[in-house]
Design a protein around this ligand. Structure first.
Ligand code: GDP
Length: 196
């Protein structure tokens, strides 16, 4: 897929204000600092479209970016920030889970996982929840340039093994780096294929 345009459309704190659900949406989500904004900017090759290194736990926004005037990248707030209060965590849960559960134009959830880490409980629990709800998702391993490919492969194998405790089959996965553009063509081809 060639990216001809990528534009910020809106930020929302309320489900009722989201754009009309008539264009396919791909939601990007992961723990705070996983590299989500960097990945979004890398995919569309537009620095600063998604804001990197935001203070975690700030206002919870759902950001819509329209790509090629045809489909949306939906930037969801990060989860798993230790210092955020319990009530804010519950707000996050309600807000994001109701978006994911009810959005009819949602095509796939792109779950970002830091490739440098051993499987994290919070990521596995989130994947289980997606599975329970029957929501389609793929895994996107980030920051692969930060270590050897052997280490990345080891962590991916561990994650796949852990996820197979809940799922019959491990979901499709991508290995990415926002620095080297690793995985960009593969993710865009995946999205293109669903949009056809
Ligand atoms: P977000 O909180 O998930 O949106 O994460 P950011 O995109 O703001 O990234 C968090 C930090 O990780 C920043 O300092 C980024 O520069 C860095 N980062 C993100 N992706 C990569 C990557 O693929 N490679 C490297 N080396 N650093 C990355």
């Amino acid at each position: 897929m060639i990216i001809k345009s990528a534009d910020f459309i809106c930020s929302n704190t309320q489900i009722s204000r989201l754009p009309i659900p008539i264009k396919p949406e791909f939601a990007f989500i992961g723990r705070s600092n996983v590299g989500k904004s960097s990945l979004i900017n890398m995919l569309v090759q537009k620095k600063g479209l998604a804001k990197t290194s935001q203070t975690p736990g700030k206002t919870q926004l759902i950001n819509h970016f329209l790509v090629n005037e045809l489909w949306y990248i939906v930037d969801l707030p990060g989860y798993g920030y230790a210092k955020i209060s319990k009530s804010k965590k519950e707000d996050w849960n309600k807000f994001i889970r109701s978006y994911l559960d009810k959005r009819e134009s949602l095509q796939c959830v792109m779950v970002l996982i830091d490739s440098r880490l051993e499987p994290q409980k919070i990521d596995l629990e989130f994947c289980s929840w997606l599975g329970e709800k029957g929501l389609p998702f793929v895994l996107v391993f980030t920051k692969a340039d930060k270590q050897s490919s052997i280490k990345t492969d080891q962590n991916i194998a561990k994650f796949r093994k852990a996820i197979l405790a809940t799922f019959e089959e491990a979901p499709q996965h991508f290995v990415t780096s926002s620095e080297t553009l690793l995985g960009r063509d593969e993710i865009l081809a995946f999205i293109d294929n669903i949009n056809r």
